[in-house]
Write a protein that binds this ligand. Structure first.
Ligand SMILES: [Mg+2]
Length: 175
């Protein structure tokens, strides 16, 4: 059971992207960030990233980190507009938790999967997909309680997984 649960285990849990130690990741050899869109960079259905997210993206860029938005969104035009505003590339229809989208984005950025950090708010898509791709995974808390109906269903399973991982001491009680 431990091995099965490990696939869903993030390497790190933080409250939001601003809490991520970008300098530390850079110093550890990570070169790129694959960031989820909804409820990670901005609240679901919002059309504009908040100042905190824009500042974070600028800070990552200033450190020389490559960034790509990787999303399962059904509205790629909305995502492309946000990506254009942040001046970062984006990959729509990533089909997370399949690892293919993450690997494709890494190739696009010219990075090895092992040097990529995946950041997202969902265990069942972002963390599982990033782990499958052999990337470093960071789980953030969702920015807003509003979300896609399908996501609400997977949150039930996510809560059970996180509860069990926490009980096994694998989350460091950070969530
Ligand atoms: Mg999300």
């Amino acid at each position: 059971m431990g091995t099965f649960l490990d696939r869903f285990c993030p390497d790190l849990c933080v409250k939001n992207i601003s809490d991520i130690d970008l300098d530390g990741l850079k110093a550890s050899g990570y070169e790129a960030l694959m960031i989820d869109l909804d409820n990670t960079l901005l609240p679901w259905k919002d059309s504009c990233a908040p100042a905190s997210s824009r500042e974070w993206v600028e800070r990552a860029k200033a450190l020389g980190m490559k960034i790509c938005i990787v999303s399962n969104t059904h509205y790629p035009s909305r995502m492309m507009k946000i990506a254009a505003e942040l001046d970062v590339p984006a990959l729509a229809g990533a089909l997370k938790p399949r690892s293919h989208g993450f690997s494709k984005a890494a190739k696009m950025l010219g990075c090895e999967n092992a040097h990529v950090v995946v950041v997202g708010d969902q265990v069942m898509t972002d963390v599982l997909g990033g782990n499958r791709a052999g990337m470093y995974t960071i789980l953030v808390e969702p920015m807003h309680p509003r979300e896609f109906a399908g996501t609400k269903v997977s949150r039930v399973i996510e809560r059970i997984i996180l509860f069990r991982l926490r009980r096994l001491g694998k989350l460091g009680n950070k969530v």
